[in-house]
Design a binder for this molecule. Structure first.
Ligand code: F6P
Length: 528
C-alpha cells in the first residue's frame, strides 16, 4: 500500500492541512441513513483520495462487502460467517433470507415476545406480581452494547423498571447493582455468548444466591440466560439451583460475534425497558445503513470511506490513535463501545495465515463526551506533541433547549476549526498585543490536526442503529485493508489462562513462576 501511495503521502504531508481542506470544500462529505460524514479536514487532496479509493478496490473491498452479506466465511479462524446484519434484515425489503441468516433473524422472536410479556404483565414474578427491576449481568460485547442503548434512551425507558448493570469481578459492582432491590420483584438477565466468562459466571452465581436466599425454588423464574451455549447454561442452572422451573433461555447465534451482538437477545433488558417499537426502529436504522453499504459504490460508500481513512491516517500517515468526541449526552458511552468493537477486532499483528500484517494496524481508540472533554484532555489535543485525528459525533436531539444545543454545536465546530487551523504566533501577538513573549509562544496552537464530523439531526433509535451498523462495517472493511480477521480475538485468551494460574498464588497455595509477579502477589495477598 505504502509504495503505491508514497508520492501522495509525501505530497499531502508537505502541505498545510488548512490549504488541503480549503481545496476539498464541498467534495468530501458523504451521507447515508440519516448520517453525514464530513471528511474535508483530512490530509488528502483529490489525487491522493482517488488513489486511496482505487487502492481500496484493489484490496478487495467490494468483494469483502459481498462476502459478508452473502454469508461467506469471513471469520476463517473459527470457520464462520458474520451474520450480525441478519438480525436486523427487514422482512419486507432487500434480499430474502434463508438458511443461517433466516435462523439468526428468527432468534429475535422469542426475546422480543418475552419482553412484551414482561411489559404487559403476562409474565410476572414468581408471586404473580409484576417485575419492577432488571439486573443485566455480562461483560465486553455482552455489556457495552446494551449499556450504550439503555443510556442513550434513558429518557424514553419505561419507568416501570429499574435497570441496573454489573460486569466486573470487583464484588462491589454487583453489590451496587443489587443494592436496594427486592429479589421478589427482580429479573436477573445473564448474558454470555460462551457461558464460560469468569466475571459473568461469578456475578451470576452471587446473583442467583441473592435470589434463592429470598425466593427458594422460585429463583430460576427470576433468571433469564442469553447464550450461544445453552447446554452449558442448563448445566449451570441445574447445579446450585434449589429445584423449581428452569431459567428462561434465549439464543445468541454462534455466527454473531460478541462485540457485534447488541442487536440480539443480548439486549433483552433494553427490549423490556424500551419496548418493541423502539427496538424495531433501532433495527430498521441499521438495516438502512446495511442497504447503503451493500449497494453504494466504493467512492460513495460511507463505511468504505471511513475504513480507508482509518488505514490512511494510521498506516500511511502514522497516527497511532483516534479520539472519538461524542458531542451528545446520549452517546457518551459510544467511545467505550467502539474501543471493544475496533480494538478487539483489529488490534492484531498477524493475518489469518499467520504471516505478519504488512501495515501498522488498528489505532488506539479513546475519547468521551463533548463538551466535557474540553475541560480535560483537549489541552493535550490542541497543544500536545502528538497530534491525533479527532472524530466528532454530532447527534442533534429532536427536543431539548435550543440554547444548550446551539452552544454545544458551537463548541464542536470551534474545536474542530482550532485543531485544524491552529493559532500562529503572529495571530497571538496581533490579538493580544503586549503579551510577554514567553506567554505569547505558549498560546500558539500548531494546528494541522485532522478531524471527521459525523452528524445527524433528529437523533432517535433508528439513527443509533444506523451509526452502530456504520461502525461495524467500517471496522470489518478496515480489517480487510489491514489483511486481518476482524471476528476472532485470540489475544484475550492468554491473560485469562494466566489469571487462573495466579489465583492459587494469591491464596498462598502455589508459587508464581515470574519473580516480579511473585513479589507483587506477596505484597497484595496481605490486603485480601
Ligand atoms: O473479551 C473477550 C470476550 O470474549 C469478548 O469478545 C466478549 O464480548 C466478552 O469476552 C464476553 O464474552 P461472553 O459473551 O462469552 O461472556
Amino acid at each position: 500500500m505504502i509504495d503505491a501511495l508514497r508520492d501522495h503521502i509525501d505530497r499531502v504531508k508537505a502541505q498545510p492541512l488548512k490549504a488541503l481542506a480549503r481545496a476539498r470544500l464541498g467534495q468530501a462529505a458523504f451521507s447515508a441513513a440519516g448520517w453525514t460524514a464530513d471528511l474535508t479536514r483530512h490530509r488528502l487532496d483529490g489525487r491522493a483520495d482517488e488513489a486511496l479509493v482505487s487502492w481500496g478496490g484493489a484490496q478487495g473491498i467490494p468483494g469483502a462487502i459481498r462476502a459478508l452479506f452473502d454469508g461467506g466465511t469471513v471469520n476463517p479462524s473459527e470457520n464462520r460467517p458474520a451474520l450480525h446484519w441478519a438480525l436486523r434484515a427487514p422482512t419486507d425489503a432487500g434480499p430474502a433470507l434463508s438458511g443461517d441468516p433466516a435462523a439468526v433473524r428468527a432468534s429475535l422472536d422469542a426475546p422480543i415476545a418475552f419482553a412484551a410479556a414482561i411489559r404487559d404483565g403476562t409474565v410476572t414474578a414468581s408471586d404473580g406480581a409484576p417485575f419492577s427491576a432488571i439486573v443485566h449481568i455480562g461483560i465486553g460485547g455482552s455489556d457495552f452494547g446494551p449499556r450504550l442503548i439503555a443510556d442513550a434512551f434513558q429518557a424514553e425507558a419505561s419507568t416501570a423498571f429499574e435497570l441496573r448493570f454489573a460486569a466486573n469481578l470487583d464484588p462491589l459492582d454487583l453489590d451496587l447493582a443489587l443494592r436496594g432491590l427486592d429479589p421478589a420483584r427482580t429479573l436477573v438477565i445473564g448474558v454470555s455468548k460462551s457461558f464460560g466468562t469468569e466475571e459473568t459466571l461469578y456475578n451470576l452465581g452471587r446473583a442467583r444466591a441473592w435470589l434463592s436466599g429470598s425466593l427458594g425454588e422460585g429463583a430460576n423464574h427470576h433468571l433469564a440466560l442469553v447464550t450461544a451455549n445453552p447446554e452449558r447454561a442448563r448445566a449451570w442452572a441445574e447445579t446450585g439451583a434449589e429445584g423449581g422451573s428452569a431459567p428462561h433461555l434465549f439464543d445468541m447465534p454462534l455466527s454473531v460475534g460478541g462485540r457485534f451482538s447488541l442487536w440480539s437477545a443480548a439486549s433483552l433488558a433494553c427490549f423490556i425497558t424500551l419496548g418493541e417499537e423502539a427496538i424495531r426502529r433501532f433495527l430498521a436504522g441499521a438495516a438502512d445503513m446495511d442497504a447503503h453499504v451493500r449497494t453504494a459504490p466504493m467512492d460513495d460508500n460511507l463505511a468504505a470511506r471511513l475504513a480507508l481513512l482509518d488505514v490512511w491516517n494510521t498506516s500511511a500517515l502514522g497516527f497511532p490513535m483516534r479520539v472519538v468526541l461524542a458531542y451528545a449526552r446520549r452517546l457518551r458511552f459510544l467511545p467505550t463501545y467502539l474501543q471493544q468493537l475496533e480494538m478487539e477486532s483489529n488490534g492484531k499483528s498477524a493475518r489469518p495465515d499467520g504471516t505478519p500484517a504488512p501495515l501498522p494496524t488498528a489505532p488506539a481508540v479513546w475519547g468521551g463526551e463533548g463538551s466535557i472533554g474540553q475541560h480535560s484532555y483537549h489541552q493535550w489535543l490542541h497543544q500536545g506533541t502528538q497530534p491525533v485525528p479527532a472524530e466528532f459525533i454530532i447527534a442533534l436531539d429532536r427536543g431539548g433547549d435550543p440554547e444548550g444545543k446551539r452552544a454545544l454545536m458551537a463548541h464542536a465546530l470551534a474545536q474542530a476549526e482550532v485543531l485544524a487551523n491552529g493559532r500562529s504566533l503572529d495571530e497571538v501577538r496581533s490579538e493580544e498585543p503586549g503579551l510577554p513573549d514567553a506567554v505569547a509562544r505558549q498560546k500558539v496552537h500548531a494546528g494541522g490536526r485532522p478531524s471527521t464530523i459525523l452528524s445527524c439531526d433528529a437523533f432517535d433509535a433508528a439513527k443509533l442503529g444506523a451509526l452502530i451498523a456504520l461502525y461495524e462495517h467500517r471496522t470489518y472493511l478496515a480489517g480487510v485493508l489491514w489483511g486481518l480477521n476482524s471476528f476472532d480475538q485470540w489475544g484475550v485468551e492468554r491473560g485469562k489462562t494466566m489469571a487462573a494460574r495466579l489465583q492459587p498464588v494469591l491464596t498462598g497455595t502455589s508459587e508464581a513462576e515470574d519473580p516480579i509477579t511473585a513479589a507483587l502477589a506477596d505484597r497484595l495477598r496481605k490486603g485480601l
